[in-house]
Design a protein around this ligand. Structure first.
Ligand code: ACM
Length: 270
């Protein structure tokens, strides 16, 4: 199956323009799973709670989820896309999964980054995996990667492909994802964005691009440039992620020793 990402530079607050841009970029693309960046339709650097409230939407009944689900139905493809979600009085940094029959599910970012903590509630969905016609899909959002537990939880829940909508500003993720994929023996599709947002006196944010697709052996199958918009697609075989063996005597999941991992359940060092 063909997995891909669309890396681009969304214009802050211009949802309709950003969504139109995605639609025209992917209309003729031969892709089965398309991953879009975190907050792909709104932009990232919110300056107030009021602005978050204005741009956030309910899921699945909001405008952005509706547009993405329609694109999925029209093309008969799966899409993972990041957006600010409103649920009553709460706001989440979320991602939706849609497929050929429309909306499938929602993930709410577990580990909030920097000023996201001012405006959003930490996610309460936990790490979810959906069994689809193209493979078992899990989702984590951007900074979730920094916590190895995120990808481990997804892999232990059966994920073969981890869709990773992102707005990366720190330089570490692109070279770290191969290790995350290798230690969990899963594919990952990181969809980052490009450009700079300078909307706040706390400083400009420059997004590092370098979206990539990584194999369960830690190979970078493709990587986008740091500052160019790019739609990239690679053929992958998700079922190869079910094989956790490293050699005839080691299986990296069966060899785990959870009885020795109890400190993982603590919040901090003792
Ligand atoms: C991030 O989590 N957007 C860096």
């Amino acid at each position: 199956m063909k997995a891909g990402f669309y890396q681009f530079n969304p214009s802050f607050g211009r949802k309709e323009d950003n969504i139109r841009k995605v639609i025209s970029a992917v209309r003729d693309a031969d892709v089965d799973l398309l991953v879009l960046p975190e907050f792909f339709a709104t932009g990232y650097q919110f300056v107030s709670a009021g602005e978050v409230a204005e741009l956030s939407e309910p899921v699945p009944d909001g405008y952005t989820t509706g547009m993405i689900s329609a694109l999925s139905r029209e093309k008969g493809i799966y899409i993972v896309a990041g957006l600010p979600e409103r649920d009553g009085e709460r706001f989440y940094n979320a991602a939706v999964l849609s497929g050929p029959d429309g909306f499938i599910g929602l993930y709410r970012k577990t580990h909030l980054f920097y000023e996201e903590t001012l405006y959003f509630t930490p996610g309460d969905t936990g790490f979810r995996v959906w069994d689809t016609a193209i493979g078992r899909l899990g989702i984590m959002i951007c900074f979730d990667w920094f916590f190895p537990e995120s990808m481990r939880a997804l892999a232990l829940s059966g994920a073969e492909i981890v869709a990773h909508p992102s707005n990366l500003v720190l330089p570490f993720c692109p070279d770290s994802m191969p290790v995350r994929c290798l230690e969990n023996r899963v594919f990952a599709v990181t969809a980052n964005r490009t450009g700079t947002e300078d909307r706040k006196d706390t400083g400009a944010l420059t997004f590092i691009g370098k979206s990539e697709i990584v194999s369960p052996m830690g190979e970078i199958l493709t990587r986008a440039p740091s500052d160019e918009e790019a739609l990239m697609v690679r053929d992958i075989e998700p079922e190869t992620a079910r094989d956790k063996t490293l050699n005839p005597l080691n299986d990296v999941f069966k060899d785990r020793r959870p009885e020795h991992y109890r400190p993982l359940f603590r919040r901090s060092c003792s």
